[in-house]
Design a protein around this ligand. Structure first.
Ligand SMILES: *Cc1c(COP(=O)(O)O)cnc(C)c1O
Length: 424
C-alpha cells in the first residue's frame, strides 16, 4: 500500500462527503474523537438560535413552544436507532457516571429482590475508572462486593453469587471489544443481569442491544456522538425491566406527573423514570447536532458502512505503524471482530512525549498512563481513535508517517514534550 493507494480509497469512498458536516481546523489530523468529537458545522448556529430566540425571546414559553421538555426523549429516539433499541426506550440525561449509578442500583435491586444471596458485581479489571468507582461505592453502600477479572476469566466467574455483570463494550485503553451477545447470554444463564457501557461504542461500532440480550445500557454524548464537551449522556433499560423498580435518584423529571407538584414520588412508567432533574437545554441542542452527523450516514449504509470504513482505517494505520515503528508494541487486537474504532500502542518509557510531539505536528491522539498494579495494563499507551465520519484513509497514512518521523528524529526528547499537563 502506498500513499497514492490511500488517496484512491478516499476518492472512491461513498462516505467521504460526511466530512463536510464538520468544522475541522485545516491541516489537523484528529485522532481523538473517542475522547471529544469534532465540532459539527451546524452546532454554533443552532446553539445561537436556542440562546437568542428560544431563551431570549421565548423565555419560559419555550419549554412547550420550542419542545425543550421533550428533548431527553427526542434525542433518545435518535440514539436508539444507533444502538439497536426501539423508540421510547432510551433517554438522554445526566452524565455516564450518574446514569451508571442509576442502572446499577436498579439491576442490583431487581436481582436481589428474589435472590438476596447474590451480592457480587462482576466487572473487568481494566474497565474505565469512573465505572469501577461508581460500582465500588454502590456495592459498599448495599453490603455487596465488586469483583474484578481479566476478560477471558469472566464467563467462569459468573455464578450463584453474581448479581450483575457490568462491562464496557469497547475497552477505553486497549480498544478490545466484548462479544455482547455471548456475555449477556452467559450472565443470564448464571441468573445475573448485565449492564453495558457504550461510551466507546455508540456511533463507533454497530450495537444491537435488544437482539444481543442486554438488560441495561449507558453511554456518552461527547465522544463518537460529537455532542460537545460535557454533553449529556444516555440511558437505556430493556422494556421488560423499565417499569419495574425505582432507580435511586427519584427526581421530579422522573415522576409520573412532574407538574402536579404532589409531595409523594410516583415513578413515571417506562424509561422516563430514569430522568432526574431539569434537562440542560443548551447542551442538548448541541448534542442534537452531533447526533444528526451520525444519522446522516443512514442513507449511505448507516453503522454497517461506518464500521467497514473504521476497520479499514484502523487496519491501515496499525499495519503502517507496525511496519515502520518497531519500538512500539501493538496493544489493540488484530482480529477485526475484537477491535473497536481505536488503535493503541504501548511503550514503557516515552509514550507521553511521543504523543506531545505528534500533537505539535498537528496529529492529535492521546496518552493513557499504565497502572502498575494491573498485569495486563501496566504499560503506558499511545491511543488513536478513528472516526470514519471525518477521517480519510490518507489521514491514517500520514499519521503513521508522522509517528515514524517523531521516533526516528528523536524530537520527542525536547523538554516541552516531557512536561505533564493536567489533562492527558
Ligand atoms: C468516557 C467514559 C465515561 C465518562 O463518564 P462521565 O460521567 O461522562 O465523565 C464513563 N465510562 C466510560 C467507559 C468512558 O469511556
Amino acid at each position: 500500500m502506498t500513499r497514492d493507494d490511500a488517496l484512491a480509497l478516499d476518492a472512491a469512498d461513498p462516505l467521504a462527503p460526511l466530512r463536510e458536516q464538520f468544522s475541522l481546523p485545516p491541516g489537523l489530523i484528529y485522532l481523538d474523537g473517542n475522547s471529544l468529537g469534532v465540532l459539527p458545522r451546524a452546532t454554533a448556529a443552532r446553539v445561537q438560535q436556542a440562546v437568542t430566540q428560544e431563551w431570549g425571546e421565548g423565555l419560559i414559553r419555550s419549554w412547550n413552544g420550542a419542545g425543550w421538555i421533550d428533548l431527553p426523549q427526542r434525542l433518545g429516539d435518535k440514539i436508539a436507532r444507533l444502538v439497536g433499541a426501539g423508540p421510547g426506550e432510551l433517554v438522554v440525561a445526566d452524565s455516564t457516571s450518574v446514569n451508571l449509578y442509576k442502572v446499577l442500583a436498579a439491576a442490583l435491586a431487581m436481582v436481589r429482590a428474589d435472590a438476596p444471596q447474590r451480592r457480587v458485581i462482576l466487572s473487568e479489571r481494566s474497565n474505565f475508572p469512573t465505572d469501577l468507582y461508581i460500582a465500588q461505592a454502590l456495592a459498599q453502600a448495599q453490603g455487596c462486593e465488586l469483583q474484578l477479572a481479566e476478560p477471558e476469566e469472566l464467563p467462569a466467574l459468573l455464578g450463584a453469587s453474581t448479581a450483575v455483570l457490568m462491562l464496557t463494550h469497547v475497552n477505553y485503553r486497549t480498544g478490545r471489544m466484548h462479544d455482547m451477545a455471548a456475555l449477556s447470554a452467559a450472565a443470564h444463564a448464571a441468573g445475573a443481569l448485565v449492564v453495558w457501557d457504550l461510551a466507546h461504542s455508540a456511533g463507533a461500532v454497530p450495537v444491537a442491544l435488544k437482539q444481543d440480550g442486554a438488560d441495561f445500557a449507558v453511554g456518552c454524548g461527547y465522544k463518537y456522538l460529537n455532542g460537545g464537551p460535557g454533553a449529556p449522556a444516555f440511558v437505556w433499560v430493556h422494556p421488560q425491566h423499565a417499569s419495574r423498580f425505582w432507580q435511586p435518584l427519584a427526581g421530579w423529571m422522573g415522576h409520573a406527573a412532574p407538574f402536579a407538584f404532589t409531595p409523594g414520588y410516583q415513578p413515571a412508567p417506562g424509561i422516563a423514570r430514569y430522568l432526574c432533574g431539569t434537562p440542560p437545554v443548551l447542551s442538548m441542542v448541541a448534542l442534537d447536532c452531533g447526533l444528526d452527523t451520525v444519522l446522516a450516514a443512514e442513507p449511505l449504509g448507516g453503522m454497517a458502512a461506518l464500521r467497514a470504513k473504521s476497520l479499514a482505517l484502523t487496519r491501515l494505520f496499525a499495519e503502517r505503524v507496525e511496519a515502520t515503528c518497531p519500538q512500539l508494541q501493538r496493544v489493540s487486537p488484530r482480529e477485526d471482530a475484537l477491535r473497536g474504532s481505536q488503535v493503541c500502542f504501548s511503550h514503557p518509557e516515552i509514550a507521553y512525549p511521543v504523543v506531545q510531539a505528534l500533537i505539535a505536528r498537528g496529529v492529535i491522539g492521546d496518552f493513557r498512563a499504565g497502572d502498575p498494579s494491573h498485569p495486563a495494563g501496566a504499560v503506558d499507551v499511545l491511543r488513536f481513535g478513528f472516526t470514519p465520519l471525518y477521517l480519510r484513509h490518507v489521514d491514517a497514512w500520514d499519521a503513521a508517517e508522522h509517528l515514524r518521523e517523531v521516533l526516528a528524529s528523536g524530537e520527542w526528547q525536547r523538554p516541552e514534550f516531557n512536561q505533564r499537563h493536567a489533562v492527558t
